[in-house]
Design a binder for this molecule. Structure first.
Ligand code: PEP
Ligand code: MG
Length: 780
């Protein structure tokens, strides 16, 4: 059989095994299916799976094709036979004449006919052998390196199936134990043995996982500190109304204290993160100084309402107005409003701080975490965060990410499950939270944490090495950034520049449009953060799901197909001109490029270039220095841009594919709508062919094309995209080391084979299966 055909065969088998796993309902069924499939695909007379018993000495036959069915269940010691040898030497045993091998032993119980060739591949769980996959043939057959490699990958897959099955089994047992315990308590209570109903109904601590949204990666295991927000909600406080003048006076004093507190937090966050990120608190300050906000409260107090109730009522009205917003970013602003209200009420109650100092490392558990909670915490002692409310867009989420604290938000029922003495595991990678985990879960997480740390350390070692494939192809890995504090994160992870700076973030954290000087100062900081390296500044990309509180957006039925991004900038030339001027003013401080989002054709690009030239002239007249040769790039995010990529690339210096939007527009699937998530698929052939088309168009024009969507953050995707012709990626900085490791390990030639194979496939599902199998095979 030609080598290529053999390789294909191995991969096809892997694809099918992935499908089998999905379809099978229990371990035995899966193992039976695997031996049948492997025997058929490898044209072998016998294929068997042996698993090692707990004693570590005995192998038991669990599934076979070719040996007597009655032999399933037979055991053998690892000290006997070739299968045992594979376990003992923890490696592959291959021979084309088994009976001649010194360790050969004939097991009568298997009723095995005389077989000549033998291939035994052990598989492992955390470095410990747990079984052997055996292939045997009647005729003498030499197994090629490729066949052995394919069988090894299959064996690896079997080990993960078995680990999963064991885990599920232990969870099932736990559930059964819990049900038994509950039934037993019930029985005792009915029999009158247990009188104390509160005790009797108290369940043992559950270790089942609660799920939420992983908003900041990493793991934490530890004791909790529960954050209870003191509010003005106690009826007695709300009803208390002193004379009007007194209540008014109290309110104004509290307002002043809240302002001072907010200034303190802005300063503290500015020191920890960056000034721009601390602007979250600046916007709080603006509200605390907003005449309309204050007038609404004082009017209520003058009507005889107590200060507490007045603050509560006005804040609640704002909170519910924000909560009704369609835009997820604005919806999250209701948390900021609550935060502000709480700060005033704390001041009214005479509390200057609403937190306890943490004496040791703790996981913070709260119904909701507000920016001010996080601002005044002792960050060194907060090892994890879990909350019931909130999502990716919450300011506290942005801050947790910037501080590198593992966090899971949006965990329903969390507060009911956690007590002061609880221990909690927070898994910011998967979004799982375990309350009072049992020993096995804890051990698993200690191990995961260890692996994670070890991996992070290993990745740190390659931080300053180039992203170069073993066959000499260099790939650029740049960072996507939004907040100024992302800059530090990007530098830390070895980013070779900024592939995408989303300028809407500094606009979002303010309460009015920043002028060109303020903008230029921010852009300069980013450019100076990467001396000699490219920084691609994208013009404002608001609309769709990103709005500015101070820039009222018209209500639209289809905001993503509406007045967004470059369309808005071209209609509001004043905003665009101000931004272009700011980028130009900053451009002299390093290598800076301007990038334009949501472009559909050359007309827009030509118009922007015209405006840019006018702004340059204006700056020249003012005698301002700037880089006259500033590079220009177009983001390819619309199917239209894909189709005219060859025309667009002639107009600019480079193309940058924004897959987050390209997927949504190609597949007509809102990127934020969970109901259509399954249709939002980066592996849809239409998406992959679009990427290929853009890469080819840029290559034909001799200009670079990069990709800055989330897609590039997965190592297997980066390998695939390399195979499709891309040589530059911009990604969320924490993903850079993983992607670099993959690039440094996988030859371009292999990536190209993967790319070609995928382009030949017609279904997203088979592409996904193929890539999952390839990912395992490559150990990514
Ligand atoms: C994209 O659309 O892929 C992109 C990078 O831009 P954003 O996610 O900011 O829309
Ligand atoms: Mg986009």
């Amino acid at each position: 059989m030609p080598e290529e055909a053999r390789e294909q065969l191995g991969l096809r088998t892997l694809e099918d095994i992935s499908a089998l796993i999905l379809q099978s309902h229990d371990l035995q069924e899966t193992l039976d299916n695997i031996v049948h499939l492997v025997a058929k695909r490898m044209s072998s007379d016998v294929c068997s799976i042996y698993l090692l018993e707990e004693d570590g000495e005995t192998l038991r036959l669990h599934a076979t094709r070719g040996l007597s069915r009655l032999s399933v269940g037979i055991t053998m010691k690892i000290s006997e036979g070739l299968t045992g040898l594979a376990v003992q030497q923890r490696g592959v045993v291959a021979t084309d004449n088994a009976p001649r091998h010194p360790r050969y032993k004939y097991f009568r119980k298997t009723k095995e006919e005389k077989v000549l060739s033998f291939l035994g591949v052990p598989f492992f769980e955390r470095d410990n052998p747990i079984g052997v996959l055996v292939i045997q043939n009647r005729e003498a057959r030499t197994f090629t390196a490729q066949e052995i490699s394919a069988v090894s990958t299959i064996a690896w897959q079997i080990s993960s199936i078995i680990s999963n099955a064991k885990l599920l089994d232990s969870v099932r047992k736990k559930e059964e134990e819990r049900a038994f315990y509950a039934a037993e308590v019930d029985r005792l209570r009915k029999n009158g043995v247990l009188k104390d109903t509160t005790r009797a109904s108290r369940r043992p601590p559950s270790s089942a996982a609660l799920t939420g949204i992983g908003i900041s990666p990493g793991f934490a295991l530890g004791k909790v500190s529960i954050l209870h927000h003191r509010g003005p909600t106690e009826a007695a406080v709300l009803e208390r109304a002193r004379p009007r003048a007194e209540e008014l006076n109290m309110f104004h004093q509290a307002l002043e204290k809240a302002r001072i507190h907010t200034i303190y937090m802005e300063k503290r966050m500015g020191e920890i993160l960056s000034e721009a990120d601390a602007a979250i608190f600046h916007s709080h300050l603006m509200i605390l100084e907003d005449r309309g906000f204050i007038a609404k409260i004082t009017a209520l107090i003058e009507d005889g309402v107590g200060a507490h109730r007045a603050v509560n009522q006005v804040v609640e009205a704002y909170v519910s107005a924000f909560a009704r917003m369609e835009d997820p970013y604005l919806r999250e602003r209701s948390a900021d409003m609550e935060d502000i209200g709480r700060r005033i009420c704390d001041a009214l109650n005479g509390h200057s701080k609403h937190r306890e100092r943490l004496r040791d490392d703790r996981i913070i558990v709260a119904r909701e975490l507000l920016p001010s909670d996080l601002a005044i915490m002792d960050h060194g002692k907060v090892i994890g965060i879990a909350t019931e409310k909130g999502n990716q867009n919450a300011h506290a989420a942005i801050m947790a990410r910037a501080l590198g604290i593992p966090a899971v938000f949006g965990v329903e029922g969390l507060m009911k499950r956690v007590g002061v003495r609880s221990e909690v595991v927070v898994d910011g990678n998967s979004g799982c939270v375990y309350v009072n985990p049992d020993q096995s879960v804890k051990q698993e997480y200690v191990r995961l944490q260890g692996d994670y740390d070890q991996r992070q350390r290993a990745l740190e070692e390659i931080r300053d090495l180039p992203a170069q494939t073993p066959d000499g192809c260099t790939v650029s890995l740049l960072a996507n950034i939004g907040l100024l504090s992302d800059l530090k994160v990007a530098q830390l992870h070895g980013a070779e520049g900024v592939g995408l700076y989303r300028t809407e973030f500094p606009f979002m954290t303010r309460s009015s449009f920043p002028g060109r000087q303020v903008q230029a100062a921010i852009y300069r900081k980013i450019i100076e953060g990467f001396p000699g390296l490219p920084v691609n500044i994208r013009t404002l990309d608001i609309g769709g799901d990103k709005e500015l509180s101070y820039f009222p957006h018209p209500k639209e039925d289809n905001p993503f197909l509406g007045w967004r991004s470059m369309r808005l900038s071209l209609d509001r030339e004043d905003i665009l001109r101000e931004q272009l001027a700011a980028v130009l003013i900053a451009s002299g401080s390093g290598r800076c490029n301007l990038m334009f989002p949501m472009i559909s054709g050359v007309d827009e690009v030509r118009r922007i270039k015209g405006i840019l030239e006018q702004v340059k002239d204006e700056l020249r007249r003012e005698g301002r220095a700037f880089d006259p040769e500033i590079g220009l790039g177009v983001m390819v995010e619309l199917p239209a841009a894909v189709l005219v990529a060859d025309m667009l690339v002639k107009e600019v210096d480079y193309l940058s594919i924004g897959t987050n939007d390209l997927i949504q527009y190609t597949l007509a699937c809102d990127r934020n709508n969970p109901r259509v998530r399954k249709w939002y698929d980066p592996y849809h052939p239409a998406v992959l062919h679009s990427i290929k088309r853009v890469a080819d168009a840029a290559a034909d024009a001799g200009k670079p094309a990069s990709l800055c969507g989330e897609m590039a953050g997965e190592p297997i995707n980066a390998v695939l995209l390399m195979g499709l012709g891309l040589r530059s990626f911009s990604l969320s900085a924490p993903n850079i080391p993983r992607v670099k490791e993959a690039v440094r390990r996988i030859p371009l030639e292999r990536a190209q084979q993967i790319g070609e194979r995928v382009l030949g496939m017609e279904s997203a599902q088979s592409i996904r299966r193929f890539l999952e199998a390839t990912q395992r095979e490559l150990g990514l």
